[in-house]
Ligand binder design. Sequence first.
Ligand code: NAD
Length: 477
Amino acid sequence: MNAPIKEPSFRESVDMMFNRAVSLMDLPPGLEEKIRVCNATYTVRFGVRLRGQIHTFTGYRSVHSEHMEPVKGGIRYAMGVNQDEVEALAALMTYKCALVEAPFGGSKGGLRIDPREWDEHELELITRRFAYELAKRDLIHPSQNVPAPDMGTGEREMAWIADQYHRMNTTDINARACVTGKPINAGGIQGRTEATGRGVQYALQEFFRHPEDIKAAGMDGTLDGKRVIVQGLGNVGYHAAKFLSEEDGCVVTGVIERDGALVRDGGLDIDSVHHWIANHGGVTGYPDAQHVSDGAGVLENECDILIPAALEGVINIGNADRIKAPVIIEAANGPVTAGADEVLREKGCVIIPDMYANAGGVTVSYFEWVKNLSHIRFGRMGRRQEEARHQLIVDELEQLSADKDLGWTLTPGFKQKYLRGAGELELVRSGLDDTMRVAYQSMREVWHGRSDVSDLRTAAYLVAIDKVAASYRALGL
Ligand code: NAD
């Protein structure tokens, strides 16, 4: 009997994909190894007195590459957090930042905890203590290491972290830049909460601008009417599914959560499902769809676009050959293992890789960090000036029409849109859209331009590694 095929760990999977790409490059001896290895991982065990006894928690902060500083990467709260996972995620951050030209090295953190087991006050005590442990070693620092939200954390945790750092560094004028993903009133930026899901939407919009790429997936047409299945209706999955269905005409036919999946051929109302999960803790009992208890099985349902937006390793050698979606966009980090990637590539499935697909979060985090360092909201200086200049043109046109009796009128809709100067949210969306378009184009140039590259993931690694290598060379390594 054949032994079952062993799936590589998450970090091994990332290394295998890296190795595949570097085998096509001509890097100086030693540089390849320098880029691949994780520079350092700090493990901390700390106790917090809760419910009358001391509870010990284990946390990690991993720094993969310091070719640029600060290093950047989210903090995850989940029971599955371990060193291998944190190091894999830190490596992905290095490549992601390079690909989208966010000037950071790669890092990631995690705390082994189920956040649903603790109330808000307890979580605050735990988060502040974790932040204290990291900050005292400069693993949270505006110019050295800047965390952000990830699975199980959000703007609430980021606000606690920012405040904890500020308490420890009361005279640091840039203290707010020590972490991103904060609420607006604590130094956050408009559009950060939705940013990763918004980036997934922009990535798909860009993919569908290229007929050659759509054809490579064996599809045609536009995003309008495409059937989508999403796994994980958390921050990333919810925003991606919401924008794609409300703004691009996609039909979300399946939502997979921890307690099973909801399917509805005519499309699910994403806000209504999201609301149900918030009130009931899961999808079970939702009235307007069919509930499937084997949620993961729904990954194998017919659809046009599959969006894994929960965990790593969900598409693996155990189910890859049964996946029917012609396009998979990796909203989560590492949802497709190296083994599954090979099976899917051979089937002709186009995978839009994680390091690109979910880069919207770090892109808007970059904008937030710049905002914190510049101490001014984007648009504050120029907005009214822009509006005044547009008003000049509108007045001139209307005057011309009146003087020459031309009978021109500008429609109220046009005037309203044209006269409105860009505020912070418009600027953030514009910057994110531009980033996603430019990064996609850099990947597709390699994908279509090199005969030895047949997929977007390898192309993404080639572009990213090339940029990291250039930084190391500039440092004299
Ligand atoms: P989240 O905690 O907000 O949401 C995760 C969702 O997945 C939850 O709804 C959870 O119930 C669901 N889930 C968990 N286990 C599941 C399972 N076994 N089956 C189905 N659903 C399950 O997390 P998030 O911030 O949306 O992150 C999701 C993924 O996106 C992670 O891989 C994360 O690393 C990646 N990511 C997040 C960001 C960000 O800005 N938040 C940025 C880049 C990448």
